[in-house]
Design a protein around this ligand. Structure first.
Ligand code: MG
Length: 370
């Protein structure tokens, strides 16, 4: 099988709640998502999606995803999309870094691989654990009172894991954590995710202020070194996210005992192929994971479901159903949240059919000359 064409679509994903706010006053109103279609000489088409959390979260931005895919496309024509490691090697040889650019392409190749062998990706990633898995709900940054009030709303939707967007001033964040924690029930999970928003001394103050609260602390500071200092001084379980962007960082963090949990975002590490390698290493090392992406719609939600559902439950800390945050469905067949839980499709590949009438005309198309 050979790749004969690559198309890129752009789609805007509005939010049910109007906007999503996190540390440093950053927010997004409408997500700018990119869908890639990879065509083959055997008629199979695979789809992938990448959707950065705006341009100020990670070194990634939506227009960069699209120009990056256009840059890579000529290097990919003629390759066999089912040879995932060869495709990734070619991408890494052709374009240094830029893992998020490569993520949608890798995802689309997994979709083709699954369709070619008649298997859902969850099976190809090792197999399905149980019926479904638990999701977390992010609570957009707001006043402590309004954030606490959201717990009941989300619990009514079935969620029992809550991720509190913090990372602003110390007193308000301590109040947020206490107020939200007061709404928890036995068995609920609360994570205070600062998204790099505290300086080291601020993070130390927050950690001290919540030492008797049942809360995890996620990515308090910008650098790995700052986070490590905070980790060494807090009694709370600790999650690293933004700084864990490849396999070497997992090894370094493990050797330093720098975290209990990592947040594994598919596009942050370059796609399902590399996310699977990190996932399997973490299982071997005993590190639990939140499995998700920076953002996305139905296609990314499907990919998350395949990776999360093939992860041993004791190491799957949580996962995200981004398609229930956004008002637009871009693909049929995507997994839908039920009672706060999600399951991977049983259909071949990702198990989704993009709604081409929603995606519109491709903004980029490169095909093999006939
Ligand atoms: Mg995070």
């Amino acid at each position: 099988m050979q790749i004969t064409g690559i198309k890129v679509y752009r789609v805007e994903l509005p939010l049910y709640e109007g906007s999503y706010k996190w540390s440093g006053g950053r927010s997004v109103d409408v997500f700018d998502s990119t869908v890639v279609a990879i065509e083959t000489d055997e008629g199979l088409v695979g789809y992938g999606e990448v959707c950065p959390l705006g341009p100020a979260y990670l070194p990634a931005y939506a227009a960069g995803a699209r120009t990056g895919i256009a840059e890579l496309a000529p290097h990919l024509l003629g390759l066999d999309p089912t040879q995932l490691h060869l495709v990734n090697r070619r991408m890494d040889e052709s374009l240094r870094g830029h893992p998020y650019v490569k993520s949608a392409i890798d995802m689309a190749c997994w979709d083709i691989f699954g369709k070619a062998c008649g298997q859902p990706i969850v099976t190809l990633l090792g197999g399905r654990y149980g019926e479904n898995f638990a999701l977390y709900r992010a609570i957009s940054q707001d006043t402590p009172e309004r954030m606490a009030a959201m717990v009941g709303k989300y619990r009514a939707e079935g969620y029992t894991k809550f991720q509190l967007k913090s990372g602003s001033d110390v007193a308000t964040d301590i109040a947020r954590i206490h107020k939200v924690a007061a709404e928890l029930r036995p068995g609920d999970v609360l994570v205070a995710d600062a998204n790099c928003g505290w300086t080291q001394h601020e993070a130390m103050c927050v950690a001290a202020g919540v030492r008797d609260v049942n809360v995890y602390i996620e990515q308090p500071c910008y650098s790995y070194e700052e986070c490590l200092v905070v980790r060494q001084h807090t009694n709370r379980p600790f999650v690293l996210d933004e700084v864990v962007d490849d396999l070497k960082m997992v090894v370094r963090g493990y050797n330093d005992q720098a975290m209990d949990v990592i947040n594994l975002k598919i596009s942050k590490v370059g796609g399902l192929t590399k996310a699977r390698q990190i996932r399997d290493l973490c299982v071997s090392l005993g590190i639990a994971m939140t499995i998700e992406d920076t953002w996305g719609g139905d296609i990314i939600t499907a990919a998350i479901a395949h990776l999360a559902h093939s992860t041993p439950p004791e190491y799957l800390f949580s996962a995200t159903d981004f398609n229930s945050y956004v008002t637009l469905s871009i693909a049929e067949g995507a997994p839908q949240r039920q009672h706060g839980r999600l399951a991977a499709s049983s259909l071949p590949g990702l198990g989704v059919n993009p709604r081409l009438e929603i995606l519109g005309a491709p903004i980029f198309h490169l095909a093999t000359a006939k």
